[in-house]
Design a protein around this ligand. Structure first.
Ligand code: GDP
Length: 336
């Protein structure tokens, strides 16, 4: 039996297509486990293989149904698919969330589909650091494409766009979504707009409205976002949607946009991890004593917050130096 914490075996298992190994690795990166760094290092060589497609849109617009319909289409043409359902508002994860997602059970027995959910609240660096790690697990498993879908209500659209190569914005007729989209700044992040529930009244007018709003926006990476019309419940329009996703990927690759997006994603991820690490050290190193006395000084007007922050950071550096000196002394003693 595989030891659950043997990273090398797990990564080899993921490469061989073991769904269990994939699930276990995602749990490890999600739980901030002690093995996180080891897992991260083991996954680095295969990172970046899959095309990452983010699905965003208001609750009820059909994200879950569309994800499932997309999986079906992609499987028909033999592509290996990962699905990452992210709940940015919940600290809970796993079975409960997936258990609700009945439609995904159509794919549960398909060896070419990996489905995982993850929560991100309360995690080191949040969604911007936990999701990329999970994506690397799908890369290791050889996924051609990964669909990242948010569940629950949250302000996560922009974060999803930050980790996706292609961002799909879903709208539905009759929800006043065209106007809402313009307000929510969703127009800037959409690479493809998808009017789902196109079987409903008002689909055509929603498209007209969206088209006129989009005509005024510049688009990213020299790409004019197309509008797809779909009925996720029947699969109508899904072939065209897959073609548009592929066309966007080809455009990104040829224009250098893919490299640019991924570089800025990696920058954000590293920064988020670094900031989280500094926060942890501040809490650990300065203890509460420094911060407490600085807070009292600021409150008493004997210090200002900027100078206090400088003092806190300087305290951190001083502590690092002391740590090093201790380490050097230990080594010296060891060799005597
Ligand atoms: P989510 O909250 O965005 O994930 O939305 P769901 O995928 O759960 O869909 C919400 C509801 O809309 C469900 O009852 C679906 O069956 C229904 N639905 C999804 N897509 C379509 C569609 O294209 N046409 C119609 N008529 N209903 C749809």
């Amino acid at each position: 039996m595989t030891r659950p914490d043997d990273v090398e075996t797990l990564v080899a298992g993921a490469r061989d297509g073991s769904a269990r190994a994939v699930a276990r690795l995602i749990s490890l990166v999600e739980d901030r486990s002690a093995l996180l760094r080891e897992v991260s290092a083991a996954l680095a060589p295969t990172a970046g293989r899959a095309h990452v497609v983010g699905l965003t849109g208001s609750p009820g617009v059909g994200k879950s149904t569309s994800t499932s319909a997309l999986v079906s289409r992609l499987r028909e043409v033999g592509r290996t698919v990962g699905v990452l359902a992210v709940d940015p508002t919940s600290p809970f994860t796993g079975g409960a969330l997936l258990g609700d997602r009945i439609r995904m059970q159509d794919h549960a027995t398909d060896a070419g589909v990996y489905i995982r959910s993850m929560a991100s609240r309360g995690h080191l660096g949040g969604l911007s650091t936990s999701a990329p790690q999970a994506l690397r697990v799908f890369d290791a498993a050889g996924c051609d494409i990964v669909l990242v879908e948010t569940v629950g209500v949250g302000q996560s659209e922009v974060e999803i766009a930050g980790i996706a190569d292609t961002t799909l914005v879903l709208l539905a007729p009759g929800m006043g979504d065209g106007i809402q989209a313009a307000k929510a700044g969703i127009l800037e992040i959409g690479d493809i707009f998808c009017i789902n529930k196109a079987d409903r009244d008002g689909a055509e007018s929603t498209r007209r409205e969206l088209r006129s709003v989009l005509a005024m926006s510049a688009g990213r990476d020299g790409w004019k976002p197309p509008i797809a019309m779909t009925v996720a419940t029947t699969g109508d329009g899904l072939d065209a949607l897959v073609e548009q996703i592929d066309a966007h990927r080809a455009h990104l690759r040829d224009s250098g946009g893919l490299q640019r997006r991924r570089l800025s994603g990696a920058r954000r991820e590293i920064e988020a991890l670094a900031v989280a690490a500094v926060q942890e050290r501040l809490a650990h190193v300065s203890g509460h004593a420094d911060l407490e006395s600085l807070a009292e000084q600021v409150l008493a007007g004997t210090n200002d917050p900027f100078a206090a922050a400088d003092a806190l950071v300087a305290g951190l550096e001083r502590h690092d130096t002391q740590d090093n000196e201790v380490a050097v002394t230990d080594v010296t003693r060891g060799t005597q």
